[in-house]
Design a protein around this ligand. Sequence first.
Ligand code: ADP
Length: 494
Amino acid sequence: MDKKYIIAFDQGTTSTRTILFNQLGEIVAIAQKELTQYYPKSGWVEHNPIEIYEDQKKTFDEVIKKANINPREIAGIGITNQRETTVIWEKDSGKPIYNAIVWLDNRTTEICDELKNKKLEKYINETTGLVIDSYFSATKIKWILDNVAGAREQANAGKLLFGTIDSWLIYKFSKEKNHVTDHTNASRTLCYDIKNLKWDSKILKALDIPKTMMPKVQLSSSYFGTVDYNGIETPIFGVAGDQQASLFGHGGFETGMAKNTYGTGCFMLLNTGDKFIKSKNGLLTTLTASTENTPINYALEGSIFIGGVSIQWLRDKLKIITSAKETEQICNAIPALTDLYFVPAFAGLGAPHWHTKAKGSIYGLTLDIGREQIIKATVEALAYQTKDVLNAMVSDSNQPLKELKVDGGASANNYLMQFQSDILKITVERPKMLEITALGVAFLAGLKAGIWTKKDISKIKKIDKKFMPLMEVHESDKKYEGWQKAVQRTKQDF
Ligand code: ADP
């Protein structure tokens, strides 16, 4: 029987989904379940790992029934997941000893301070490419071992396993009960040496984490285990954390390719090839999805805390719009702004400014400014912030950027995308396929399954629209200078 489909498990922070792709990279069927969020204390966020597994199983089943295909036609499964979220389970029973601690959870700031007091900042940055932060997995592992009764003894006796969500799902789904992960997920744990590709003994020791808990790390496009679906066996052939899967889905496996996802926040990655570049601008260095032909590539990663959420703020707090979508028409309906800038530093200023105490500000108010202008300035701020991070990437990597690939909810806004191209003075390319993250991991699985080559991937990718710079260069420069002045003024402690 022809193997002509690929399944993608897309396990995100708010939902668990399964998507069935055909050989043309088109979606045949999709099923989704919302994921329950637990907030036991302020700043704490947890998920139930059993719910995640059960939902993944249910959506898998639903998709096969919806598509009405023979499961024998599935060539392979890919898994893409929320990164950094931490699960610890018993090796023998497979039972989690605590809920999954979600990446957003900041309960481990004290453990992070201890690492800083041990003067490990430079070492950890140079080894893992990351900065010490509660966001990453390692301090969450320590928290569970320190706080769950008996956990430390069990861990020392080799009876506990750690995994990010991909590892957890592979362990639960594979008939071999494999304990494995891929390079992209390992590179977000804060204890993986991304130069020598091994778990780092010094960091594990500083956190008192036994190495026996850590999964084996493999190529993102490789064999991870076999799933038994009603007696029919299907291999897991691809695994990648969500942002790296999205980069791969955009075809970003070549040096110099960059993508930006415009969601609640924005996540930007630039593939810098086989060079580990240490950022001078507070960006992270991380591993891209690895394949047999291109085993190890690095990326610079920068995130913008306040992306599309500032549009939600216009809707929910200022109540000057009723939907995010209407911002496009409003932006197009009024003339270009002059000297009006909204710096949405609601959560301080992130990369490359790093001024955590800054607060949001609007500059350039005059009596003719009204609702529409404030809306337009809010939309434009997404483009300016993106340029700030991209400039940092270009300066760190010493390579000019020719094109930016985009996805995410706010990339649907044509005004924003045109303005982005004008301000960056490069092409902005938006794909037709909105499920680029799931498609990315489907590509990784399809490569290993032998149904696609990297060349096919470039052909399968369909472009929705390319935005070319239309604004006069001096106008674009003037606007960006104005933004930079506004950011300088925002760098104040309140
Ligand atoms: P996430 O995956 O982070 O939940 P999405 O990729 O679904 O986010 O994007 C949702 C975000 O995009 C919201 O913050 C919303 O305000 C913003 N957004 C959605 N559509 C538009 C639009 N047409 N113009 C501007 N912002 C938009």
